[in-house]
Design a protein around this ligand. Structure first.
Ligand SMILES: [Mg+2]
Length: 116
């Protein structure tokens, strides 16, 4: 199962990837913005994406990605952005995680999505 991690922060990408790898999910792809994510999203099974990024933000990415894919997309956001994320779910975001999050929250979210 291939997981795409999209965030402009290399540190945040590493945190997410470390949590997933420790849970046995090792087929990971990373992208630093929505545009790069679109170019790497062809055969992924799940996407975790940040909202605020340069070049192309997470919401724009999801809208573009949804034109060609139904795979689950989890938006990672700050607490103040929850209202916006609920709006984003209307645009195709499957679920969301609020920062700061623990590795177990991330992994359980992934595992609940891939069971569906
Ligand atoms: Mg960001």
């Amino acid at each position: 199962m291939k997981v795409l991690i999209v965030d402009d922060s290399a540190v945040m990408r590493k945190i997410v990837m470390k949590a997933l790898m420790e849970a046995g999910h090792t087929d990971l792809v990373e992208a630093a913005d929505g545009k790069e994510a679109l170019s790497k999203s062809g055969d992924v099974d799940v996407v975790f994406t940040d909202w605020n990024m340069p070049v192309m933000d997470g919401l724009t990415f999801v809208k573009e990605f949804r034109k060609g894919s139904n795979v689950p997309v989890v938006m990672i956001t700050t607490e103040g952005g929850q209202k916006e994320v609920l709006e984003a779910m209307k645009s195709g975001v499957t679920d969301y995680i609020v920062k700061p999050f623990t590795p177990s929250i991330l992994v359980s979210k992934l595992e609940s999505l891939i069971k569906k």
